[in-house]
Each structure stands twice: as structure tokens, then as C-alpha cells.
Design a protein around this ligand. Structure first.
Ligand code: SAH
Length: 328
């Protein structure tokens, strides 16, 4: 829903000032369309249906996995593919994973999105409409900006969307923005964002040479600088930064590499999320035993670490698998 366009149309129709908030309340609560808004005059509902698209995205395909994860492929009005995921956990967490771009201009070698063609930045409405779509399926309470794209390359739209999320039931403390370490956006994020939105850093290798091989952007923004920026976030906001580390068999999963990671990051500032690799073709994932051994090294060094679950793998909805394959 393009809220700016909606505001303009309501003003042009000389609607009372409260109307916008009234309509937004319905949308944020998961209404299926304007017709459901019983306290909005019927002629206005009809006019809006014709004039302001209820969503800026259309659903092209939706699949549901065995573990109740839903992956949706949307299209923008100019035909760009966008994927997003809803994860439903037994403990009541209902977490959405949204995209900030159609495709991604970065070329991380292990990520399916990095291998598809980059389209463009999404607008704030297009990001928000992914969340609203899942809100229509039921309550939602967590959001991660870990879908397609690099959020820090599209920070204004990402923040605008994130700031609407509390109305959908997703507080800032339960909102996480993940980055490869795109410094211009990261610096702005640290300086400007006063809301308690969480930050995650895709690290994947403590050794700079290896990190550059996996993530070419590392040559442009060296890891030491990125880590320093994350530490500034921790100091300013008094919140830890999540480190994402995807485990690739024989590439970055040795005990020595775990020790290197433990030396690099301050356990008081970071919390590690180990990610089992979801196959996208290029690499093999580490075995469960190797992941456990890697975690044990971090445990001994008192670096807090957890292993991420991989919901939705059977429908290619897990981390790094969003590539809008059949449709691109
Ligand atoms: N561009 C941002 C936002 C995307 S987050 C970023 O990279 O942080 C998506 C997360 O999934 C990143 O940590 C990414 O490195 C990870 N990932 C990518 N491909 C993966 C795969 N095949 N298996 C598991 N995790 C993957």
C-alpha cells in the first residue's frame, strides 16, 4: 500500500484527517482489502479500490513447506521478482524475512541471490507490502531483513518500512537488519537510527583473504573497519551485534578458523549465529559434527554462539536460497 499516494487521494477527496490512520489501522491489522473496512464510507472504498492499489505487489506463487514455512514470490508493477518468507515456530514466534532489493548487486559466491540478475531497489511500500501480505495470513511478531538484497544499499526505504512494522505487531527490538558491511549505509545506520532495531553482520570468514574470496565486497570495505563500526553501534546503543557465519565444508569450518573468529570478535559485543549452509549449488555444507565442533571452540572462548534452524529448506526458502528461480 502506497501510503503517500493514499494520503494524497484522501486529501484531494477532502476526507477528514483521521481517515488515513483509520485505513492504515485496518491494513496493519490484516484486512483483506478496502471492502473489509466497515467504518470507511462505501463510496470511498469503491473509489480507493480503483485508485490506490491495496498492495504494490502481486502474488505470483506461494509454497508451503513441511514445517509450515511459507515462501511467496511477488511481482512489482514493473515486473520485478521479489521473494519473502514466513517462518512459524512452535514457540509462537512468527518471523518474516523480507527483501530490500529485487536481486542483489553484490556477488557473494555462496548465495543464490548473488548469482541472479540485479533488478533495483525496492520502495518502502514494496518492502512493507511483503510484511502486510504475511500479516493477512495471521499474526506476525519478528522481522529480519535477510531476504534478497543488501539493506544498507537501500537504507532509506528499509528504515521507512521498518518504522511502520510496530503497527503490524513487530517491535523494533524484534526487527533485525543484516548487512555484508556496506560501510556508507552502516555508518548512517549507527549514527542515525535511534530506535532499538537490531544489527546483524554477515561475517563468514575471519581471515581477510578468505572473506574476499567468498564476498568480493571485502576488498572494498575491510573487515577491521566494519567490525569497528559495529563496535560503535554496541557502544552507542548498548546492544550486541549478531554475527552470521555460514559454514561451508572444508572452506571456513576448521577448528583453527573457529579460534580465529573467537580472537577477532569481542564476546561482550557480538553474538554468533552459525548458519548451516543451504545448498545452492556452489558449495557443500559442513556436517552436523563439524558445526558442533566449531561451536565448541567458540564456547570454550566464551563467545556466545547458537546454530540457526533451517526452516523451509525443502521449498528453497532458507537463507541464501531466494533467487526467484522459476520466474526470473
Ligand atoms: N545482504 C545482506 C542481507 C541478506 S541476509 C547480508 O548478506 O547480510 C542473508 C543471510 O544468509 C546472509 O548472512 C547470507 O550470508 C546468508 N546466506 C547466503 N547464502 C546462504 C546459503 N546458501 N545458506 C545459508 N546462508 C546463506
Amino acid at each position: 500500500m502506497d501510503l503517500e499516494l493514499l494520503a494524497k487521494r484522501l486529501a484531494a477527496a477532502k476526507e477528514p484527517a483521521y481517515r488515513l490512520g483509520q485505513i492504515w489501522r485496518w491494513a496493519a491489522d490484516g484486512a483483506a482489502g478496502y471492502d473489509a473496512m466497515t467504518n470507511v464510507p462505501a463510496p470511498l472504498r469503491t473509489a480507493l479500490s480503483a485508485d490506490v492499489a491495496f498492495s504494490t505487489l502481486t502474488v505470483e506463487r506461494e509454497s508451503q513447506s513441511r514445517d509450515a514455512t511459507v515462501k511467496t514470490l511477488f511481482r512489482t508493477t514493473d515486473g520485478r521478482p521479489v521473494e519473502a518468507v514466513l517462518m512459524r515456530y512452535r514457540d509462537g514466534r512468527r518471523s518474516i524475512c523480507v527483501s530490500s532489493q529485487s536481486g542483489c548487486p553484490l556477488t557473494c559466491t555462496f548465495c543464490a541471490t548473488g548469482q541472479m540478475q540485479f533488478g533495483r531497489n525496492l520502495t518502502a511500500s514494496e518492502i512493507l507490502d511483503q510484511a502486510l501480505h504475511f500479516r493477512r495470513l495471521g499474526p506476525v511478531n519478528h522481522c529480519v531483513f535477510m531476504g534478497m538484497g543488501e539493506p544498507m544499499l537501500n537504507l532509506d526505504a528499509v528504515l521507512a518500512a521498518a518504522r511502520w512494522l510496530p503497527d503490524l505487531g513487530i517491535t523494533h527490538r524484534r526487527t533485525t537488519i543484516s548487512t555484508v558491511g556496506w560501510m556508507p549505509g552502516l555508518t548512517r545506520f549507527v549514527d542515525e537510527v535511534e530506535e532499538p532495531i537490531r544489527l546483524a553482520l554477515s561475517l563468514h570468514a575471519a581471515d581477510p583473504k578468505l572473506r574476499s574470496r567468498l564476498m568480493p565486497l571485502n576488498d572494498r570495505y575491510p573487515l577491521v573497519d566494519v567490525i569497528a563500526e559495529c563496535r560503535r553501534y554496541v557502544e552507542l546503543r548498548a546492544r550486541k551485534v549478531f554475527v552470521e557465519y555460514v559454514l561451508l565444508a572444508g572452506v571456513n569450518d576448521s577448528q583453527e578458523q573457529a579460534a580465529q573468529l573467537a580472537r577477532l570478535i569481542d564476546p561482550k559485543a557480538f553474538k554468533v549465529n552459525l548458519i548451516p549452509y543451504n545448498p545452492t549449488g556452489a558449495f557443500d555444507g559442513s556436517s552436523r559434527a563439524t558445526i558442533a565442533a566449531f561451536k565448541a571452540v567458540l564456547d570454550r572462548a566464551h563467545v556466545p554462539a547458537t546454530v540457526r534452524l533451517t526452516p523451509g529448506r525443502d521449498i528453497d526458502a532458507a537463507c541464501g536460497q531466494l533467487a526467484a528461480r522459476a520466474a526470473a
